[in-house]
Design a protein around this ligand. Structure first.
Ligand code: NIG
Ligand code: FE
Length: 407
């Protein structure tokens, strides 16, 4: 057992509700605070001197200078296992080229599939771990990672096995998700429904057998999979015991409704969600995940996070880090920018990157600094926690704790 502190501010996020809008007055701040950690769990949070007086012999891990502490962040949506690079897509898009022109010149998701299939396992593992370390340095200690650039049995399993291997090389928690339904690969001979059926019969049983993932995702969109075939697929995946998450309403509305109807843990993107479906989402337990990194990467509008929160939805914010639409990877910068465009309170942004995102991953053991939670937290060298979002990502995390230990 040890007492870590003192911190100028301990921002606990305790007692904030899971859903709906939040005001900054609701944020609990313990001034000159400390955190008692036992093994990998938070035992108590409170005033540093009081905690010390309560247990005079406790080992103290001293925090130098003025620092504030927050629960470590959770990135609940990434595609950080990939080969190659799509800088040329980015440049072409900015030069006014269309989706089709980019695809025809060898870009798009298919190019990442080819690069990922051709990459060696060593190379994929190495670059994945590098990206994980980049996220940890930002203060993110729980990271969802999708497959979806393999798109056949061999290569989807290759990706998921690499994600599993990466878990042995990092103290961060990785949450793998099978996104074989990202796109029907060009070399699949058959219809969309036939490809979805192939995932159900050929890929998911092996994913289950090898315990590679317990979550399934699909990209429902005009250019990918259509609503009806997707719903059928998701119900089958659910019947196999998988949790569901959906790439929904990115360019065209309608699919967030399907996510809710199948009981998905989250519906992600939602840039094109119509008002009626915002209400539908808000009444459900499906987390609405904003992905500002994709809006910034594509130059498209942001997820209507303000409306979703006002309607009472559970809103998370994630990076969507991927080689195509969201190449940045800096969740703190992205969430800060989303806040300025969508008029989100600091409480709403911090909740969206911590316990609300954790809920989307079924990890309710983290995301708040309170007794019983996993001892993952991040400090910043400042005396005011508002500076974290105010600096839009340029105030770097100072210390990142995972299971009560500095990484
Ligand atoms: O979440 N929307 C679909 N999939 C990804 C993009 C992946 C890619 O372009 O490689 C996304 O934005
Ligand atoms: Fe995505």
């Amino acid at each position: 057992m040890k007492l870590i502190g003192p911190f100028k501010q301990v921002v606990t996020l305790a007692n904030l509700p899971l859903r709906g809008k939040l005001s900054d007055e609701q944020i609990e701040i313990i001034v000159d605070g400390g955190i008692v950690v036992d093994q990998n769990t938070i035992q108590k949070v409170g005033n540093f001197e009081t905690l010390k007086a309560e247990n005079p012999t406790i080992e103290i891990e001293n925090i130098e200078g003025e620092q504030i502490v927050l629960p470590a962040f959770v990135d609940s949506h990434t595609h950080i296992c990939f080969g190659g690079n799509r800088a040329n897509d980015f440049a072409m898009r900015n030069a006014g080229k269309t989706y089709l022109e980019i695809a025809e010149s060898g870009g798009g998701i298919w190019s990442s599939v080819q690069h990922t299939r051709n990459a060696s396992e060593e190379e994929l593992l190495k670059t994945l771990v590098e990206r994980i370390n980049f996220l940890i340095d930002l203060g993110i200690t729980t990271i969802e990672v999708k497959s979806g650039y393999g798109l056949d049995v061999e290569n989807e399993l290759k990706m998921l096995r690499i994600i599993k291997k990466a878990q042995n090389e990092t103290k961060a928690t990785l949450v793998p998700t099978c996104l074989s339904a990202h796109l029907k690969p060009r070399d699949f001979e058959g219809s969309n429904s036939e490809y979805l059926n192939y995932i159900i019969t050929e890929i998911l049983p092996k994913v289950k057998e090898e315990e590679l993932a317990n979550r399934v995702d699909i990209f429902i969109e005009k250019s990918a999979f259509q609503p009806e075939e997707s719903k059928e697929f998701l119900l089958k995946a659910k019947a196999l015991g998988f949790e569901i998450t959906v790439h929904a309403d990115q360019f065209t509305p309608g699919s967030s409704r399907i996510a809710v109807e199948v009981g998905a843990k989250s519906a992600d993107h939602l840039e094109a969600t119509i008002d009626e479906d915002i209400e539908f989402l808000a009444k459900s337990d499906t987390v609405a995940t904003a992905l500002p990194g994709a809006s910034l990467g594509l130059g498209e509008k942001f997820t209507p996070a303000r409306k979703l929160l006002d309607a009472g939805a559970i809103v998370a914010i994630a990076s969507d880090w991927n080689p195509g639409s969201a190449p940045m990877g800096n969740l703190i910068t992205q969430a800060s920018i989303l806040a300025t465009f969508q008029k989100l309170t600091t409480a709403e942004v911090l909740a969206g990157m911590t316990f609300r995102a954790a809920y989307a991953l079924n990890l309710e053991d983290r995301g708040r600094l309170e007794a019983g939670k996993k001892a993952d937290f991040v400090t910043f060298r400042t005396n005011n926690f508002q500076n974290v979002l105010y600096n839009q990502g340029s105030l770097k995390a100072e210390l990142v704790y995972i299971d009560g230990n500095k990484k």
